[in-house]
Design a protein around this ligand. Structure first.
Ligand code: FAD
Length: 454
């Protein structure tokens, strides 16, 4: 390993992305100081305020593997092989994510993963993690960042490069956009979310299918549940802020019970603490941040949610942030450690991909709420899998390209638009897969996909 310790890198935020990036740059011999606003999560259990577990997929796994950490993360993972749809009449229908054994997503506890990554960062000689240091300003021209300690005192730190991994409310982003004359726009969904729980059974087992992401889709609102080690599920209610029904109308115990009995009776009977959880847990907002550029000259960069926070309906926020880390390191190799060129390339390459996954995550929200109860949803999915079996070099369902492959998000989105039209055309006049016309399918795939594949 080369010694690059003369380059003084400050990372703001030791969340999922900042701590992984600290590990990866430390492994390359850079000297890293990682400043985190919170207390040390390895010593003090501090509620991160959101999503207790997350779906990890190929892009995140690829980054963890390239940092040599995947085998350490594995014991935390529970495979989810598909979606279990819970219909309003209490029925269940399993819908696999992919058709190959490895096409699964993994549920991973946020805190466990974050603790592991911070530990790994601390193990690296070149990385120093400092807790309870909140970044309050960044001066790019003079290469200094100011942090506020828990006792209210301020300290200024010089840097050669500052990387903002400080999440959706990023201070570094605000300063970078101002310094570059760039742009940043936050848009919020009309839906908020609330985290609830299905506890483990008395025997410590999972009360519903363990290896699935459960969804109770109900049109304008839905409930989802991801498995945790130890037998529980983290349940998330996505519901409009206002209107009927909404967070604004579920104001007392009677209204909440009535709402759950009407729409989520099968889940409610597994949630003994529903009332306490609902009224005690915070309600979270769901937003998309679109900003540009992601860098400032050779001395500033933003990554992860700081650069491109997205809504969680494709399970890609952390995964795309981890991909930022592996892409940054790839570009450093490609540019022979020339940071100015690497940062410029990073902005140029990652921005369209961030836009694409932001759009696909919003579309997936519609699909999860409405599409899964579209009568042709399962037929189109079946036909999509069959086309993938017959023409694997041409047709890969968009969901699979996003979750189980690492092709750029923008390409997955572009191909997905064409594929959706092909599936619409092929299923327009049929009700079952037996009626499929495969010669027409082959013709459409060749005509529409070959010119843009590659
Ligand atoms: C309900 C929900 C479900 C989700 N599910 C998934 C999923 O299934 N799969 C997936 O891939 N993604 C998911 N996500 C998205 C995922 O949580 C984020 O994309 C991910 O946490 C981003 O990591 P990050 O390190 O960029 O930001 P964060 O996790 O927000 O970490 C930022 C860190 O910076 C620190 N910080 C903030 N400001 C400062 C400051 N001024 N100074 C110093 N430190 C600071 C914070 O304390 C924090 O530790 C979900 C999100 C939500 C809300």
């Amino acid at each position: 390993m080369k010694n690059r310790s003369d380059k003084n890198i400050v990372i703001v935020g030791a969340g999922l992305v900042g701590s992984l990036l600290g590990v990866m740059l430390g492994q390359r011999g850079y000297s890293i100081r990682l400043f985190e606003r919170r207390k040390d999560g390895r010593k003090v259990a501090e509620d991160s305020g959101r999503s207790i577990n997350l779906a990890l997929c190929s892009r995140g796994i690829h980054a963890l593997k390239s940092a040599g950490l995947y085998n350490k993360v594995k014991p935390l993972l529970i495979p989810m092989r598909g979606r279990m749809l819970h219909t309003a009449d209490g029925g269940q229908r399993f819908s696999p994510y992919g058709q190959r054994d490895h096409e699964v997503n993994y549920s991973v506890p946020r805190d466990g993963l974050n603790r592991l990554l911070v530990n790994e960062a601390l193990l690296a000689d070149a990385v120093d993690v400092v807790f309870e240091q909140k970044c309050t300003s960044v001066d790019f021209a003079n290469r200094k960042a100011v942090f506020e300690s828990a006792d209210g005192s301020s300290n200024s730190h010089a840097f050669d490069l500052v990387i903002g991994a400080d999440g959706a409310g990023s201070r570094v982003r605000r300063e970078l956009v101002e310094a570059t004359g760039g742009q940043s726009k936050s848009t919020f969904l009309e839906h908020d979310y609330k985290e609830l729980e299905i506890p483990a059974s008395k025997n410590g087992d999972w009360e519903i299918e363990k290896e699935a992401l459960h969804i109770w889709p109900r049109g304008r609102f839905m409930l989802i549940a991801l498995p945790n080690p130890g037998g529980s599920f983290t349940v998330t209610l996505f519901l409009p802020k206002t209107g009927e029904p909404s967070f604004a109308t579920l104001t007392n115990r009677e209204k909440l019970v009535e709402f759950f009995e009407a729409h989520f009776a099968s889940a409610m009977k597994l949630m003994p603490d529903l009332l306490e959880d609902f009224f005690e847990h915070p309600t979270g907002r769901l937003g998309t941040i679109r900003c540009s550029p992601f860098h400032y000259s050779d001395c500033g960069l933003i990554v992860g949610d700081a650069a491109h926070a997205i809504v969680p309906f494709h399970g890609q926020g952390m995964n795309s942030g981890f991909e930022d880390c592996s892409e940054l390191v790839r570009l450093l190799d490609e540019n022979n450690e020339d940071w100015a060129k690497t940062l410029e390339d990073f902005s140029r390459i990652r921005k369209p991909n961030a836009e694409a996954i932001a759009d696909m995550a919003i579309e997936n929200h519609e699909m999860m709420q409405q599409g899964v109860i579209d009568p042709k949803y399962h037929l189109k999915k079946e036909v999509g899998f069959e086309l993938e079996r017959r023409y694997p070099e041409l047709f890969i369902p968009r969901y699979s390209r996003v979750m189980f492959h690492t092709i750029p998000y923008a390409k997955a989105k572009q191909l997905g638009v064409i594929q959706r039209k092909i599936l619409d055309d092929l299923t327009q006049d049929i009700d079952s897969i037996e009626q499929m016309d495969y010669s027409l399918a082959a013709k459409l795939l060749r005509e529409r996909l070959v010119p843009v594949s590659g």
